[in-house]
Design a binder for this molecule. Structure first.
Ligand SMILES: Cc1cc2nc3c(=O)[nH]c(=O)nc-3n(C[C@H](O)[C@H](O)[C@H](O)COP(=O)(O)OP(=O)(O)OC[C@H]3O[C@@H](n4cnc5c(N)ncnc54)[C@H](O)[C@@H]3O)c2cc1C
Length: 391
């Protein structure tokens, strides 16, 4: 006999677990089916930077809502997220200064604590940045980063406390439909029945959507992260930096390490098989990001490279997710394609996805901009910079 649920969530990353938590809180009987373990996809390997710099009102509100959850995680969700308020700088080339100003104004208008800091003032906030090429920076004192595995597991635990079941080592191999409506899913452990199924499969999102014949433009793309041990005199925690001039982001990691990744639209071209890709770091990558880091944080000239890893982004054409019912009235929902910036939005996305399944909408967090049809309508989400990959 198949087990019967109100909702089946496919994938136990941040999106699946946050969605399951929000649905279970509403009294629905929820099962999360995960092919490996919670956080085994992008979420557990995320840099988990929690910032609020976005170009659109809805995404800015989602980031702010989520930040408040990370700041009060124990009360809001329960357990730990490892959120560290380190402060966050956005550095843009001089040509993008108008975009930066407009973004800061938009973010302030929705209540985000952010300010435009002129070049001369930046070093007062953190003295070790090289600022000669900048006009100004945006600075968010409340932003920082979280511990990604801890956060996902806390969400999974919170969902369980509200009655959800999380099945690990349970890959969904098929989605069953009858009369245009979803009726359940198949797994090697047996069938599960439900009138609603949410695809939170991240980089596998297009494969899972294909199980109901829906094409979603989500590509699994290989990205890398490298670690550098800071030299003596620089061991203390430093702010998070998103440097659009050199196309690189960095934050502190435990053990006096600095974690570095690229901000590069070209990463969308490295499409891989999500079940068989090179998980080790490329040597060239270390040299490349190390050089970019040193240009902005010169003391890192004396740092030591300590490895890193490769992981997956689930990239869509506009680097924004699809949060939508795949086929109207089918009960098969999409919540995937968060590209390189979904982690910080996880708390808001759980709320929005639960709203979608239960036919509600939270004011200020409208899903329309994330509809699947925007690609066919040539109405993608747009940002304010030359490349809008950070939203
Ligand atoms: C290196 C790196 C750095 C990042 N840095 C940041 C950052 O600083 N800030 C930020 O906000 N975002 C960041 N991101 C992006 C962010 O981590 C992702 O957008 C987010 O984690 C996506 O979560 P998800 O739940 O959609 O996907 P995932 O975490 O990938 O979860 C999908 C899950 O579905 C499971 N699954 C797939 N197919 C099936 C199936 N058929 N049956 C059952 N289960 C299945 C997978 O095993 C997986 O656990 C980063 C990502 C990476 C890779």
């Amino acid at each position: 006999m198949a087990e019967t649920y109100d909702v089946i969530v496919i994938g136990a990353g941040i999106m699946g677990c946050s969605t399951a938590y929000q649905l279970a809180r509403r009294g629905l009987k929820v099962a999360v089916l995960e092919k490996e373990t919670p956080g085994a996809g992008s979420s557990g390997k995320s840099s988990a930077i929690i910032r609020q710099h976005y170009s659109n009102e809805v995404t800015a509100r989602m980031a702010l809502h989520s930040l408040r959850v990370f700041q009060n995680f124990k009360e809001e969700v329960g357990g730990e997220s490892g959120f560290t308020q380190a402060g966050f700088f956005v550095l843009t080339p001089a040509k993008d200064i108008e975009g930066l100003k407009a973004n800061v104004a938009l973010q302030q208008s929705v209540g985000i604590k952010t300010e435009l800091v002129p070049r001369e003032e930046i070093k007062k906030l953190w003295p070790h940045l090289e600022v000669g090429d900048l006009v100004a920076a945006a600075y968010e004192p409340e932003s920082g980063y979280a511990d990604p595995s801890l956060t996902v597991n806390s969400y999974a635990e919170a969902a369980r406390r509200h009655g959800a079941r999380i099945y690990q080592d349970t890959p969904v191999t098929g989605v069953r439909m009858a009369g245009g409506k979803v009726v359940g899913v198949d797994t090697p452990k047996g069938a599960f029945d439900a009138g609603a199924v949410v695809n939170c499969a991240g980089p596998w999102g297009a494969r899972v959507a294909a199980m109901v014949g829906v094409e979603v433009p989500i590509n699994p793309c290989r990205v890398q992260v490298a670690f550098f041990r800071r030299p003596s005199g620089y061991k203390e925690e430093h702010p998070v930096v998103a440097d659009f001039v050199y196309g690189v982001y960095w934050r502190s990691e435990t053990g006096a390490l600095t974690l570095v990744g690229l901000i590069d639209p070209e990463e969308a071209n490295d499409v891989v098989d999500p079940d068989a890709y090179q998980e080790q770091l490329d040597r060239d990558f270390v040299l490349e990001v190390g050089e970019r880091l040193v240009r902005r944080f010169p003391a890192m000239e004396r740092s030591e490279s300590t490895g890193g890893y490769a992981a997956l982004y689930a990239i869509t054409p506009d680097w924004h997710p699809v949060i939508d019912e795949a086929i109207l009235g089918s009960g098969f929902y999409l919540c995937a394609g968060f590209s390189g910036h979904g982690f910080k939005l996880g708390p808001a996305v759980g709320l929005m996805t639960a709203d979608m399944v239960t036919g509600q909408e939270t004011p200020g967090m409208e899903r329309r901009m994330f509809r699947l049809s925007r690609y066919a309508e040539n109405d993608p989400v747009r940002g304010r910079y030359e490349y809008s990959i950070v939203g």
